[in-house]
Design a protein around this ligand. Structure first.
Ligand code: PMP
Length: 350
């Protein structure tokens, strides 16, 4: 605290990201990264930028990437926003679309960045409890609101809300923006981008950090009605004229163009997920149905914090959240078959 701070900074509690350990030998299953590398075509596109173009400013509009996303989803480039990780995309959406004085609705439990953005931008919110099966109950959101946001699949539960339920939610709040945060959609869900032409209040955010294996590049996108996209552009351009660097634009565009690589690594992760679920269940864990690249599991007799600590001692790191309702769960990212086996072997002794 300093007298130089703007007053609101005193109450700001920043988001704490998952640990990025300095030791490299760990089996790192704590931040939902992809265990496989990015598309070789994305790497080549970045290398070309590195070799030839870094002395030049990037395209201030990121047109190449917007076009690649538009082509991939069959939308217009004017319906696409690109930013520095979906965290930044979400921040601009909160800033530009949710400051109406009415409460923003999101689930309790969900991505813990949402209340942070609310604090940053002075947005009132109501966190709505998940049902007993840790699922979002659409009917609970049919009330006056200044917007709705939720991850689909939800984080950290991994539970998917079917597209038909997303559509019901859109219909019940036609006068406010519904932001669907699809960070994990490619591992087993159906994107709501197919609905953007039908619902001008729908904004879908995605990331290249998970299914496209580019977490280190920091690229996120949003797709929606051009009016929503324009709000995000206005906010973004008021911060930084070049929000994505040349490598990010080129690498992310090439990643969208390389559909075969993307489909292959998503399928491998989804297949491994079923192996991990079966292995955990054989060890007595209860595992929530997951459509993501992680599973959320609890053991009826064993303390989750103790399990996380015991795994760490054996070089396997997973995520444990202290929040009361989920304190008995571990969130475990899906790794390579070898990493998954190392996890299961380590759990056997605990
Ligand atoms: N949304 C959700 C639900 C997430 O779990 C994450 C990853 N922490 C993000 C958004 C942000 O992803 P990124 O900033 O890497 O695009």
């Amino acid at each position: 605290m300093s007298k130089f701070w703007s007053p609101f900074v005193k109450d700001l509690v920043p988001y704490v990201p998952g640990e990025q350990p300095k030791l490299t030998k760990l089996v790192k299953l704590n931040t939902n990264e992809n265990p496989y590398g990015p598309s070789p075509k994305a790497l080549a596109a970045m290398q070309a930028e590195l070799n030839d173009n870094l002395r030049l400013y990037p395209d201030p509009n990121g047109d190449r990437l917007k076009q690649a996303v538009a082509d991939y989803y069959g939308v217009q480039p004017e319906q696409v926003f690109v930013g520095n990780g979906s965290d930044e995309v979400l921040a601009h959406a909160f800033h530009g679309l949710f400051q109406h004085g009415r409460p923003l609705l999101f689930p309790d439990v969900t991505y813990s960045f949402y209340p942070v953005y609310c604090g940053l931008y002075g947005i009132p919110f109501e966190a709505i409890a998940l049902d007993d099966a840790f699922q979002i109950r659409v009917e609970d959101y049919a009330r006056p609101n200044g917007g709705i946001v939720f991850p689909n699949p939800n984080a950290p539960t991994g539970r998917l809300l079917p597209l038909e339920a997303v559509e019901r939610l859109l219909q019940s709040s036609p006068d406010s923006v519904v932001l669907v945060d699809e960070a994990y959609i490619d591992f087993g869900g159906e994107t709501a981008i197919s609905l953007v032409d039908k619902y001008p209040n729908l904004l879908v955010a995605q990331t290249l950090s998970k299914s496209r294996s580019l977490a280190g590049l920091r690229v996120g996108i949003a797709v929606g009605h051009p009016d929503l996209i324009e709000a995000l552009e206005r906010i973004k351009n008021s911060f930084n004229s070049y929000p994505l660097d040349r490598m990010a634009i080129a690498g992310a565009a090439a990643a969208f163009e390389d559909r075969a690589w993307f489909e292959e690594i998503c399928a491998k992760v989804a297949a491994s997920r079923e192996v991990v679920v079966a292995g955990l269940e054989a060890l007595g864990f209860e595992v929530l149905p997951s459509a993501a690249n992680f599973v959320f599991a609890r053991h009826p007799q064993k303390d989750a914090a103790g399990l996380a600590a015991g795994l760490r001692e054996q070089g396997v790191i997973v995520r444990h959240f202290k929040q009361a309702r989920i304190a008995q769960f571990l969130r475990i990212s899906i790794g390579t078959p070898e990493q998954n086996q190392a996890l299961l072997d380590a759990l056997k002794g605990l």
